[in-house]
Design a protein around this ligand. Structure first.
Ligand code: PLP
Length: 289
């Protein structure tokens, strides 16, 4: 049955085409807001606790206070209601939640304290990247032109969008961002690489988003007895990568088999990548809360 396409904006459930926010909304004018993206499989939302914690941290990080009964937990409940209303309790869907500092006459400093944040929540049908996951994707390296608080999931995605567009124009799935001689993360994903037999990824600092999938995978790798070395991969080490994969809520574990037009390792998804892909798929299939 077709999706009904009802969204939630500031206390109301209404058709997406009728949803409105002010032109003075600070999300629109300044990108002054934060967001989360969650995966729903057969109506079960995955890793809600982690997403709620990260949303809380992002809100605190940019000093937005929710009002009244609003909380990340409540937004997830609204998300569940939207899944039901939109008949997305079967198969794959994505829950998007966004909070901005609200609408106010344009001025850089914060609006009056009683300005209500704008809350927008929506669900959409999702198709996993099954073919790329099976055969591997390609990526490019790209300068990391973002500011320094990449650890907050804010709406300021201009540098990510520009890098993603360059990747798309070059026929690649992802742009891997390089700053000060190391690869930090993808424009929309974290990544892991195998160098000299060791699984490595960038540590969680202000230069990467602490990805929920990264964290889930870290735990799964530990359970399998696989050591993870959080020493950033240098651009100069890229040629030594025998395996490389991206992680993200909508990307799962995505093997990268070509980087800047050069094969990674044997040019096909590696053993460790395949193993971690399997355990994440199992976790997604059985998990959810
Ligand atoms: N890094 C960036 C810059 C992202 O935008 C995302 C997801 O949107 C990720 C990493 C992956 O995070 P998660 O696993 O929580 O989806």
């Amino acid at each position: 049955m077709d999706q009904k396409d009802v969204v939630y904006v500031n206390g109301s459930f209404l058709p997406r085409a009728e949803a409105r926010v002010s032109v003075e909304d600070r999300g629109f004018v300044f990108g002054d807001g934060v967001y989360e993206v969650l995966r729903a499989i057969n109506g079960r939302l995955f890793a809600t606790r982690f997403h709620n914690q990260r949303l809380e941290r992002s809100l605190e990080g940019i000093k937005i206070s929710l009002q009244g009964a609003d909380s990340p937990g409540r937004f997830v409940e609204i998300g569940r209601q939207l899944l039901k209303e939109n008949r997305l309790l079967d198969g794959e869907a994505i829950l998007y939640m966004q909070v901005t500092r609200g609408a106010s006459t344009r001025a850089h400093h914060f609006p009056p304290a009683d300005t209500a944040p704008t809350v927008y929540i929506s669900v959409t049908r999702f198709s996993p990247y099954t073919d790329l996951a099976a055969n591997g994707a390609s990526a490019i390296t790209h300068p990391d032109l973002r500011e320094v608080r990449c650890d907050l999931k804010t709406l300021n995605l201009l540098a990510n969008a520009l890098a993603s567009q360059t990747a798309r124009e070059r026929g690649a799935f992802e742009a891997m961002l390089a700053r000060d001689g190391v690869v930090t993360e993808g424009a929309k994903t974290n990544f892991f690489g195998v160098v000299d037999g060791t699984l490595r990824t960038h540590p969680c600092d202000n230069h990467i988003l602490p990805g929920i999938t990264r964290s889930v995978l870290h735990d799964l790798a530990r359970e399998l007895g696989i050591e993870l070395d959080e020493t950033p991969i240098k651009v100069s080490e890229i040629t030594k990568l025998s395996e490389l994969f991206l992680t993200g809520t909508t990307t799962d574990v995505m093997p990268v088999v070509k980087l800047d037009d050069t094969p990674v390792g044997k040019g096909r998804p590696g053993e460790l990548t395949r193993r971690l892909q399997r355990v994440l798929a199992e976790s997604l299939a059985s998990g959810g809360d």
